[in-house]
Ligand binder design. Sequence first.
Ligand code: NAG
Ligand code: NAG
Ligand code: NAG
Length: 435
Amino acid sequence: MYPLLRLLLLLFPILLPAVAWALSPPRFPGSHPHARLGANGLGDYAYETRYFRQRLDHFSFPGVEEEEDDYAFFQQRYLVGRGGGWAGPGGPIFFYCGNEGDIAWFAANSGLVWEAAPRFAALVIFAEHRYYGESMPFGSKAKAYNNSKSLAYLTAEQALADFAVLLTDFKRKLSAEGSPVVLFGGSYGGMLAAWMRLKYPHIAVGALASSAPILQFEDIVPSTIFYDLVSDDFKRESISCFQTIKDSWKALDDQGNGQDAYSYLAMVDYPIPSEFLMPLPANPIKEVCRRIDSQPEGTSILERIYAGVNVYYNYTGTVGCFDLNDDPHGMGGWDWQNIAKVLEKFGSNIIFFNGLLDPWSGGGVLKNISESLIAIVAPLGAHHIDLRPATPEDPDWLVSLRESELKIISGWLSDYYGAQGALFQPVALKDPAAR
Ligand SMILES: *[C@@H]1O[C@H](CO)[C@@H](O)[C@H](O)[C@H]1NC(C)=O
Ligand SMILES: *[C@@H]1O[C@H](CO)[C@@H](O)[C@H](O)[C@H]1NC(C)=O
Ligand SMILES: *[C@@H]1O[C@H](CO)[C@@H](O)[C@H](O)[C@H]1NC(C)=O
């Protein structure tokens, strides 16, 4: 019985999402330990890493003492594209609102921003979110996350103010005050992009908010909807697979608080191989279910599940031991973010992208709200798939969806320049050589 016991212990943390169903949804992928740069040979974009001396508290009046206090400031990391295609001062700036993780990782995985920039002769900036990656207040992560007092400055409002101050300073130094800014973001970063456009409309002409579950936090949708959608993704592939997974939860009727491989799989159920969270095959849920269903007659539930989750934890076949330990970026910090109230009223020029395979879409904006608050919905899309680097295997619906997004952005820029009496022409929107 010893091996079975071992297996049980191994699987405990990943097979108990049922318990968590009623609790909280899993972390966004940004907090994932297996984040890798340059996945699939993509994401190798040329940029310069810079740091900005950022005020820790944007909402108090700084005193003279504070000016000298190191803890009143922190170094915010940001990446500036070296594409060389920028039109210069006055030309557009594409600004990615960093979410809960290392900004270099988001930069590597948000190919759309880089790939679209040359067509608009835009400059690319990726800004890191405070308390993540290298942008730590108080000099170290241990100090930043020490207690509620040190965490008090980890709020979405402070992060938005960081972005606004950084952008304003950046533009002023380049005499580029006239440059229109387009915001980008995925997941929580998508929420930040949307909120930033709402809160600081004078700073950006529009925002592409990809897979931003902004309604999740308003109690507008039932809290179980995330997991209902996860189940749907598995049911869609195979009822017996879904049943096996469900039975495994019953078989392991105990407490546990590990991560949720199934939820992550649903988020990254892309139609092409990816390495966003883990090296995964195309349509990973299909693959998990194929393995669960194809075990010989008489295989126990746990052995089936083990074969299935191998796709998630060990697709490359090189993993000696499953790494179930997860929290490199301290997503515990998430709870500290006071986010819901910013959404009280809507503005203009925001694209909300959602893929319906993505469990987070349950909290996303799925309907057009106005002429310029546009919902783009991909029935077969996963978590912010639109932002991912383009590949030759991309299905047609994905290619045309990205074109629609860029066309809307092009419209914002035309309006901006038009109002200034200038003409804006995107650089050969269809020209593949522009990539
Ligand atoms: C954490 O805070 C406590 C006081 O609450 C302090 O004694 C301790 O030195 C702090 N630790 C770090 C790493 O800053
Ligand atoms: C990962 O896959 C390889 C090849 O299939 C296998 O030899 C190895 O035991 C697997 N690792 C785990 C932890 O199951
Ligand atoms: C919202 O409107 C745009 C056209 O402005 C359209 O392309 C899109 O499909 C609409 N979205 C939904 C969800 O109906």
